[in-house]
Design a protein around this ligand. Structure first.
Ligand code: ATP
Ligand code: MG
Ligand code: MG
Length: 348
């Protein structure tokens, strides 16, 4: 069988490997950190840095196609890999999603709504942008932010100096605060032949900047549900995308506002493992392997809850609860804020 190379050995790489194995593929993980969660379930794992040209070359030579579980892959590494094997989703999807400014420009260029935003290279730019965008607002690093890290909230202009200090010199983006009723996300997939399929939108609740629960179905009108799916398809088609993408949306009285996109399987899509015949991980593997997309129709209502840090203490109870599917990542040390697993509760 073919071997799928996966850049990144976290829980997403682990669950992609499990899905790939179910379809008869082997996976080869590339991960700089020691003992990555994906290594336990993959056929091979290379532990090497992203500037190790020899390791990258050997990795690419050992696989048929390359995909990834995170978007911050250095450009030089991609250049080496792409010369040897196809990478899905493509470079353009990575380039756009690696930088919040590029991403917002791309989305507004497609005619989609985003929060008002401005590039903030320095303190003067922040003063100017606060004049047009106003407060409340959020200053975010353009690159490398996740789980709400690299963000500073500004309730008034007086918060500007502290917010600039928090960015520690990193290029940043100011976003106007969106007064949303709920947050939803669409997990969308596109095959190599251009077919698009979207999972039913999920409703997301965050705690301390980290996704806490995803509930399906989301509380969305039929017309917003259609809007969500159509806008996700517009994004994937514009990028000639192959694979699964997570599209995070704010629901407001003036319609759906795109928060951000992730060119990979997404935490808010974990419910699909127990709510659909073909989950997001299998869907992604199918797409990158050139297969047709599978049946992603939701057959059950599900509440997905992340197990973070000490939530692991609840595992014995959860393991004894009916209608409850546990997914644990095999991470050795429990740390506050660390994603250790998740649980999918089927709602009947
Ligand atoms: P992720 O872990 O999803 O990648 P992230 O660090 O990239 O998170 P965002 O998704 O940009 O961060 O923001 C985290 C959360 O903060 C959002 O889900 C939302 O609840 C809130 N938020 C972000 N931007 C805005 C905004 N412009 N207006 C209102 N709330 C916002
Ligand atoms: Mg993000
Ligand atoms: Mg987000």
């Amino acid at each position: 069988g073919a071997t799928i190379g996966i850049l990144g050995g976290g829980q997403l790489g682990r669950m992609l490997s499990v899905a790939a194995a179910r379809l008869g593929f082997k996976t080869h993980i590339y991960e700089p950190g020691a003992n990555p969660p994906a290594a336990d379930v993959a056929h091979a794992c290379t532990t090497a840095a992203y500037d190790d040209a020899a390791a990258l070359t050997a990795f690419a030579q050992s696989v048929n196609v390359i995909t990834y579980e995170f978007e911050n892959i250095p450009t030089a590494a991609l250049d080496i890999l792409e010369a040897l094997k196809p990478i899905h989703p493509n470079r353009e999807a990575l380039r756009i999603s690696q930088d919040r400014l590029t991403e917002k420009d791309f989305l507004t260029g497609l005619g989609l709504q985003t929060a008002p935003y401005a590039d903030i290279p320095d303190a003067d730019a922040l003063t100017a942008a606060l004049g047009t965008i106003g407060t409340p607002a959020i200053l975010k690093t353009r690159r490398f932010g996740y789980d709400g890290k690299g963000q500073a909230r500004l309730m008034s202009d007086a918060d500007a100096p502290q917010a600039i200090t928090d960015m520690a010199g990193a290029p940043a983006l100011l976003e106007g605060f969106v007064d949303f009723s709920i947050e939803v996300s669409v997990i969308a997939a596109r095959s190599a032949s251009g077919d698009v399929a979207c999972y039913d939108p999920g409703e997301n609740i965050h705690r301390d900047g980290i996704l806490h629960t995803t509930t399906v179905p989301a509380r969305l009108s039929a017309s917003l549900r259609t809007d969500a799916v159509l806008l996700a398809a517009r994004i994937l088609n514009a990028l000639d995308y192959v694979g699964v993408m997570g599209v995070e949306l704010f629901v407001t009285p003036s319609g759906l506002i795109v928060n951000e996109v992730a060119p990979r399987v997404h935490n808010s899509g974990h419910w699909t493992q127990n709510g659909c015949a073909v989950d997001q991980f299998e869907q992604h593997i199918r797409a990158v392997a050139g297969w047709p997309l599978g049946d992603g129709q939701r057959h059950s209502d599900v509440v997905m809850e992340n197990l973070i840090g000490d939530d692991m203490d609840r595992v014995p109870d959860l393991a004894a609860t009916r209608d409850t599917a546990l997914h644990l990542y095999g991470k050795a040390d429990v740390k506050p804020g660390r994603k250790m697993g998740h649980v999918n509760r089927i709602v009947r």
